[in-house]
Design a protein around this ligand. Sequence first.
Ligand SMILES: Nc1ncnc2c1ncn2[C@@H]1O[C@H](COP(=O)(O)OP(=O)(O)O)[C@@H](O)[C@H]1O
Ligand SMILES: [Mg+2]
Length: 398
Amino acid sequence: MTCFPFSFSRKGRPKTQGSFDVDDDVSGIHNVRLYTYKELRAATADFSQTNKIGEGGFGSVYKGRLKDGKIAAIKVLSAESRQGVKEFLTEINVISDIEHENLVKLYGCCVEENHRILVYNYLENNSLAQTLIGGSQSNIYFNWRTRTKICIGIARGLAFLHEEVRPHIIHRDIKASNILLDKDLTPKISDFGLAKLIPPNMTHVSTRVAGTIGYLAPEYAIKGQLTRKADIYSFGVLLMEIVSGRCNTNTRLPIEEQYLLERMWELYEQRVLVGLVDPAMNGDFDAEEACKFLKIGLLCTQDAPKLRPSMSTVVKMLTSEVDVDDIKITKPGLITDFMDLKVRGAQKSKLDMKDKPDMKNKSYTISSGSDNLDSSTLSSATTTAATLTFTAMYDQSS
Ligand SMILES: Nc1ncnc2c1ncn2[C@@H]1O[C@H](COP(=O)(O)OP(=O)(O)O)[C@@H](O)[C@H]1O
Ligand SMILES: [Mg+2]
């Protein structure tokens, strides 16, 4: 492996294959390993289709074997994500410094010419999206103990990003496919810190928010208000998915069951939350604990951000250091359709609800802040990955 720990002197320039120019003033950058494009090409058999393991909002991901024998997940950022070398390395430097048992480790990157490539530790057991959520074909069995370990691990990883890393990192894309599992099924959050890799001059351009609508906190989707509470909302949705074994939105189910959060609220009101625990466990789980986890999920997805607990409190709730029994829970906030949101938010035209009777009562009702909609314009929902324009990039709650 060709590694170049960063310790740029004023004139220092790493010499790699191909040319790349690093400003003299990239001081303070250290701890990042640089890979040559040639090496990554060799590791992935020239980025061959057979080595491709996925494609997401930032580009394609390949599995590769590095020179030292390590297996890596090699993420080739798409053209939109390319920013200047200095800005790129500054962000990478922040991510590389972060180490936690529940966060995917970044090995290093490649910044030759136009290439912007991230090299991560490869996780053997794929993501929660491919293994647990939505009746996948995976042969991994997730018993209740494993699920509790996964939920607590994710909560710890996120609490670390939110409360211990300085400056705090808001993930912005907590979802099942960003939770990877190692060989012991320890969960690792991936893609943290990537949001800032979008060049500053692109913040007004449509920024692809990967994932389905179901993970987006209403205030983030509507007003572009980005705080840690938006991540906590997404975590709440994920928590309910892990306990129930189903995806937050499933349009193949009968209408009244399509949205997990709605269903959850209904059963919560009827005091039969246990009915939503994954039937795949055949009743072999701690019912009290499972209902507690679902309640925590409801708390994290409360409509008003201030009602959602911080991630460190969530960890304590999950581990029973903090009691949730006496906390009042109100109806969770939920957005079910972007077109609906746009129309309602703009309050200009009336959507013909006759064709979509299920949306009438379920959609999020826009608050007075909806006038801001233009600064967080929602594009037509042509794909499940919504395209939004956000200007807010920083945590306003800290
Ligand atoms: N470090 C990794 N180890 C193993 N697989 C990974 C890793 N990173 C990403 N992947 C796989 O590549 C897929 C695409 O990742 P990504 O580009 O982040 O898109 P998304 O998170 O939207 O699925 C993931 O769903 C996952 O299956
Ligand atoms: Mg990802």
